[in-house]
Ligand binder design. Sequence first.
Ligand SMILES: [Zn+2]
Length: 441
Amino acid sequence: MSDLLIKNCDVFCCKDNKPDFLLSHDILVTGNRIQSILPTSESTTTPVKNRIDASGMLAVPGMVNTHAHVPMVLFRGVAEDVTLEEWFNQYIFPMESNLTPEDVFWGALLGMAEMIEAGITNVADHYFFMDEVAEAIKASGIRGNLAWAVFEHEGLEKFDETVEFVKRWQGRAEGRIKTWLGPHSPYLCGPEFLTRCAQLAEGLDVGIHIHVAETEDQVALSQKQYGMTPIRLLAQTGVLNRPSILAHCCFPTKEDIDIIADHPAGVGQAPKTYMRAGMGLGPLKAFQERDIPVGLASDGAASNSTLDLYEQMRLMALTQKFIENDARVMPLDKILKIAYAGGARVCQENDLGVLAPNKLADIVLLRQDRSAVIPRLNPAANLVYAINAVDVDTVICNGVVLMHNRQLLTIDKEKIKGEIESRLARLVKKVPGKVVAVYPT
Ligand SMILES: [Zn+2]
């Protein structure tokens, strides 16, 4: 007997590598995979364990968030309208030194509730106390590509602890957890540290998730310190020989783009963060010309306010049109490819990012009945420019329903709210001299 039948929805899928919308279809799920997608008129009459009437809704793949610091929802709104250097050194790094593993667990769970409500079913997370993030993934029902962020100044012993984390959690939670290594960045991890990281990743057969080339200043600093760009440094130390998520990567040189294209690396882009911080935008056109995988990223809520990829998708398309002064730039098919299949490609997940038979059953049902989504003359335009995270009605991950009719089924939001409120006064205290790291200037 099949497990789940989603009745009578429109389905966003891919045909000849282009977005396509099927009207009035049924999606049948067996175990954790999609068994079939058929017109409702031809669909199965055999018994199923669970049925969802999705009349009038649009089924899309669960989104993949390619770079986040999920527990940073704890610091939402604490550092606004400040430079990147102030953001790190005066607010975030001092406050992060207050974090306990339990804080991280409750922050992660709140972030996962927010992501489920926004139709995200997989997150590449990069933070501290990642055992607690893994526990939150296990409890929430979404997927995670988890990397424990380490700084060189913490020493190799700390790094070895994160290697143990990789071994401890790889493939757990019914296969929903994947673990990679997470050196913070070339500006806080030098060449020897990065080389060791690349060797360990090879030995463990895992990828590497790292911040790189976020600002022009970082690129200039790397040139001064090492005589090369941070991307070249990642190539020379062997990091780029591993599957890699390059977080932000807004300022690669032309040569850097060639280097990235020749390695198994993808880029996570968070245009809202870049606009808020006044950093500048990534060269998406150049990435696309070289077929470099690009996906949407939320970054942390302390730099981005929300973990909402619908907002990021819209901003990515609009900012590209704006900077090129050309409405034809980043058309609907390209932005939809980045938003869905692109995220899966960045995380090297071949069975995610598209709704098709045999793919993993990570399915989101979007309501299309808000006034702003009527009429449905152009479903692709509605999906990019009219639909919002608030339209997410039902979320299924790995074949399991995590939210239905906007009711979270795996997470108790009231309990999380209470836990977080009881911790806030301690968390936002800045203890003189206590910081997790120092952002170089
Ligand atoms: Zn980040």
